[in-house]
Design a protein around this ligand. Structure first.
Ligand code: PLP
Length: 354
């Protein structure tokens, strides 16, 4: 039985550890009290993000969840409704944030790998009537996590934005992995952000920073978001040590995301060619892939355990589905090694079942 020489952790792109260069940048960061607006490194990061996303202003926040939930809170009133894909992060993985923090209801639509278009939205805006909740916001996720790292086509985002604005709705973009969409397509970050009223990005995913996200929008939006960040407990003091990691990540780890996408293709090709495993989606666009396990090989948990014995870590996400994500801490050689181990494990489990 083959084992990886060191652990190959494909559970998530959040498992990366700060590099020596990043730690050095953190150690030497100029800092101040950011709640007083006095941390020069945080300010520099916020200016950099506003510039990259083509927005008036940006705000550094502790997590992607807080970033999304601040945006939802600023855009809505209690009793409002937001529209999102049924598999979206804001709906599934943020502990009921829209309901708990903003008193907002979610109306879900069934997209394709998290992607939808205007035809899914037609007729969903509630008429102005005392009985009805008020439709207020459309949330888009790009790339889409549960959709398998799928890229939301820019043309669809533009159509959705035009439609939403015509109906007096706002558009929020959960761009935790917008970096990956930009690298995979060559379309600049600001083009993706342009149709959206607010954008959230994460430094703690593929970019490899230990902590941190940012939101961006108009000056007035960010002024209100700053107050909500305080309300949610996200005001940070000498946060420049974290902002320095994010700045370092933008400078050194953005363009290399292309490598993660190549490594995902290595895994995808092997999974496609492995009896008992089925790749989802068939076409992998960025750094996330799912594999459905034929029940004859056991459950997703069985398969995960068998891989872990060989030092390959994956995430079971459904009874028969595992997730694999490539990132900064997985080299090409490790992706190739993991692919072989996955294939051999599937073969072994199939033989045991026969
Ligand atoms: C990871 C992620 C977030 C934010 O997650 P945090 O762990 O709170 O930083 C938001 N949206 C998507 C699509 C994500 O994958």
């Amino acid at each position: 039985m083959r084992r990886a020489t060191s652990v190959i952790d494909l559970r998530s792109d959040t498992v990366t550890r700060p590099t020596a260069g990043m730690r050095a940048a953190m150690a030497t960061a100029e800092v101040g009290d950011d709640v007083f607006g006095e941390d020069p490194t945080v300010r520099r990061l916020e200016e950099c993000i506003a510039e990259l996303l083509g927005k008036e202003a940006a705000l550094f926040v502790p997590s992607g969840t807080m970033s999304n939930q601040i945006c939802i809170k600023v855009h809505t009133q209690p009793g409002d409704e937001l529209i999102c894909d049924v598999n979206s992060h804001v709906y599934n993985y943020e502990a009921g944030g829209p309901a708990v923090l903003s008193g907002v209801m979610c109306r879900t639509i069934e997209g394709d790998r998290g992607i939808f278009d205007v035809q899914h939205l037609e007729g969903l805006v509630r008429p102005d009537n005392d009985h009805l909740v008020r439709t207020r916001l459309v949330c888009i996720e790009n790339t889409h996590n549960r959709g398998g790292g799928s890229i939301f086509p820019l043309e669809a985002i533009r159509r959705i934005s035009n439609w939403a604005h015509r109906h007096n709705l706002l558009v929020h973009l959960d761009g935790a992995r917008l970096w990956n969409a930009a690298i995979a397509t060559g379309i600049p970050l600001r083009d993706w952000a342009e149709p959206c009223d607010s954008v959230s990005v994460c430094f703690s995913k593929g970019l490899g920073a230990p902590v941190g996200s940012a939101l961006a929008g108009t000056k007035e939006f960010v002024r209100r978001a700053r107050r909500v960040r305080k309300l949610f407990g996200g005001g940070m003091r000498q946060a420049g040590v974290l902002a320095a990691a994010a700045l370092y990540a933008l400078e050194h780890h953005f363009h290399r995301l292309a490598e993660d996408h190549q490594h995902a293709q290595i895994l995808a090709q092997t999974i496609r060619n492995t009896p008992g495993l089925r790749l989802f989606p068939q076409h992998i666009e960025t750094n996330i892939l799912y594999a459905d396990i034929d029940p004859r090989l056991g459950t997703a948990t069985d398969f995960t355990r068998a891989l872990a014995e060989q030092r390959v870590l994956v995430l079971p996400v459904a009874p028969q589905r595992i997730r694999l994500v490539t990132h900064l801490d997985v080299s090409r050689a490790q992706a190739e090694q993991a692919a072989i181990i996955i294939q051999e494990t599937a073969k072994r489990l199939a033989l045991q079942a026969a």
